[in-house]
Write a protein that binds this ligand. Structure first.
Ligand SMILES: Cc1cc2nc3c(=O)[nH]c(=O)nc-3n(C[C@H](O)[C@H](O)[C@H](O)COP(=O)(O)OP(=O)(O)OC[C@H]3O[C@@H](n4cnc5c(N)ncnc54)[C@H](O)[C@@H]3O)c2cc1C
Length: 431
């Protein structure tokens, strides 16, 4: 093994969280080395819708122009269908961005890596990290294997694990067991389609039909990403005949089937099952876990890339000035972790409700009904996905009460309908 090399920061993983952190450290003038076991461009099991709040993160990293050059159409319209109900609206701009974007991961991640290099970070590909190195009680670097199989070591005052859900760094520092977790009630099956409906290419759309959920997001190369998220209990049925179950489930969601009229499925179906959402302990002496390595939310609300970019960047901005002072560094890392948890907890809970794999509640149906004719409410609902509004602002106590009363009234015969005030006892938030 060659003698240990030194850097200011070592980052394990160079996709969303890793590149974002690398950009932040490099901008602060730090010598940052990011190691990733793959060579970019490389695909990964992930769909890739970014709401305006996520697109704004690309902008903050200086990566937006490069990502836009990949040709994915801007998606300024959000659409949600449920049975006969159809809500559509626009977004409140985030840093001037009022559109969502759906860019396939090989191009998106390669653009992030190129932006990290532009900012001055060194990104090494084909570099697999095998363990962390310790000095006393602190993490002080990593051992890794290069593309030729040679073992190397690199030391730094901070090791950032941005190495995804099966994080090697989380395991090595004893943080792999989640502090809080929730298995998903849904599974994911997706494929790309050659689109035949130009009139839908500015719209990110979702349909719910009973417990089924399907989305169509126009992306780069004239394709549309079609993701199904059936209840997890159907995963075996899908596994036994992936293609035909995918097709029959598309057909069972009439709005999605109509959206895909004339379109041709261009790729095979990819699957993600057994999904679990979690928060892990994400900081300690000389280490931090960014992106999915530290926190994961079910894909049903499409938040992961945005959060990996945002908290990767914020980690770097907070830690870069204090790398030489271990005590200050540890306290800055702990504060960064608390901020991430505080910002993400409510969205995590709301995501877990949508990930239950159940049909829409009567309350949600009433919300859609109200939003059909109320553009402000439709926008507010979309803004929750974009992280401009909190879920609790849509389901405020007053609105929940009103919607619950309407839901109750709809269920009862006319004579037995309660007044709105008497319906107060059915008030409850849906998460
Ligand atoms: C089915 C599915 C659909 C999703 N859909 C969406 C969506 O529509 N929108 C959205 O915002 N989010 C979505 N997500 C979430 C999103 O994929 C993640 O939140 C995001 O990829 C997190 O980025 P990351 O950089 O933390 O981790 P990753 O993207 O997982 O990157 C980790 C990197 O670490 C590298 N690595 C791992 N171990 C090592 C090692 N030992 N040594 C060196 N390198 C290593 C890997 O090669 C990889 O490149 C989805 C997730 C899933 C599973």
């Amino acid at each position: 093994m060659s003698p240990a090399e030194r850097a200011d920061v070592v980052i394990v993983g160079a996709r969303c969280a890793g590149s974002a952190a690398a950009i932040g450290f490099a901008r602060a003038g730090r010598r940052v080395v990011a190691l990733d076991r793959v060579s970019f461009p490389a695909d990964t099991i992930s769909t890739h819708l970014l709401w305006p709040g996520g697109v704004a993160e690309l902008q903050a990293l200086g990566a937006l122009e490069r990502v836009r050059a990949l040709g994915a159409p801007p998606l300024p319209i959000g659409f949600a269908g449920a049975g006969e109900l159809a809500v559509s609206g626009s977004y409140t701009p985030v840093d001037g961005i009022d559109y969502a974007l759906c860019v396939r991961r090989p191009g998106l991640d390669a653009a992030l890596v190129a932006s990290a290099r532009d900012a001055g970070a060194e990104v090494r590909e084909g570099a697999r990290v095998t363990e962390v190195v310790r000095e006393g009680r602190r993490v002080a670097g990593v051992r890794w294997t290069d593309a030729d199989g040679a073992e190397q070591e690199i030391r730094a005052p901070l090791v950032v694990g941005a190495d995804g859900r099966r994080s090697t760094v989380a395991r090595a520092v004893g943080a792999a067991d989640a502090r809080r977790s929730r298995p998903s009630g849904r599974a994911c099956f997706y494929a790309y389609w050659e689109d035949a409906r130009p009139e839908w290419r500015a719209t990110a759309a979702q349909w719910r039909e009973g417990a089924e959920l399907g989305t169509a997001f126009p992306c780069d190369d004239g394709l549309t990403l079609v993701l199904l998220q059936p209840p997890a209990s159907r995963a075996d049925e899908f596994r036994s005949d992936l293609q035909s179950t995918y097709e029959s489930t598309v057909a069972a969601i009439p709005g999605l089937a109509e959206r895909l009229r004339g379109a041709r499925q261009a790729t095979k179906v990819r699957a993600a099952t057994g999904i679990e959402s979690y928060f892990r302990r994400s900081s300690g002496r000389g280490w931090a876990l960014a992106g999915d390595a530290g926190h994961f939310k079910d894909p049903v609300t499409a938040q992961g890339i945005r959060d990996a970019l945002r908290y990767g960047r914020l980690l770097a901005e907070a830690a870069a000035p204090v790398l030489e002072d271990p005590r200050r560094l540890d306290s800055v890392l702990a504060r960064w972790e608390r901020t991430r948890d505080r910002d993400c907890l409510e969205v995590y809970r709301w995501t877990n409700v949508l990930a239950k794999g159940k049909a829409m509640s009567a309350l949600e149906m009433e919300l859609y009904r109200e939003a059909e004719n109320d553009p402000d409410l439709a926008r507010q609902m979309l803004d929750v996905f974009s992280r401009v509004a909190r879920p609790s602002s849509v389901f405020s106590a007053r609105r929940t009460l009103r919607l619950a009363a309407r839901a109750l009234a709809r269920k009862l015969p006319a004579r037995a309908r309660p007044s709105i005030r008497r319906a107060g006892d059915v008030h409850s938030r849906p998460w």
